[in-house]
Design a binder for this molecule. Structure first.
Ligand code: FMN
Length: 81
């Protein structure tokens, strides 16, 4: 989608479709289609829609360094021993 947009094209995620019909059209019953991305030349240039902030989507979990002698691999910070 990013590459298409960079080329001046428009795309849209489509996830609601008949899996079997897509498999039939592609002749690939061994593949399960998960999305269709139609690509075309946009007829309009709508204003960008609102986006959630990065801080709302990305959370950093910091684990304290393990004391000497412990690997610290199996227990996450805040979990009961
Ligand atoms: C995984 C995925 C599948 C989607 N499937 C459909 C769909 O089947 N039909 C539909 O009308 N919109 C679908 N959408 C929503 C639109 O593709 C689009 O994200 C929505 O119109 C918001 O557009 P915007 O992100 O440019 O604001 C889907 C979005 C995602 C992320």
């Amino acid at each position: 989608m990013l590459a298409a947009t960079a080329l001046g094209l428009g795309t849209v995620w489509v996830g609601a479709f008949d899996d079997a019909a897509v498999q039939r059209v592609l002749g690939r019953h061994d593949l399960l289609p998960v999305a269709i991305l139609p690509v075309g030349y946009p007829a309009e240039e709508p204003e960008p829609t609102r986006r959630r902030s990065l801080a709302d989507l990305v959370h950093e979990i910091v684990r304290p360094a393990a004391p000497a002698g412990e690997t610290g691999v199996s227990r996450m910070s805040g979990m009961p021993r």
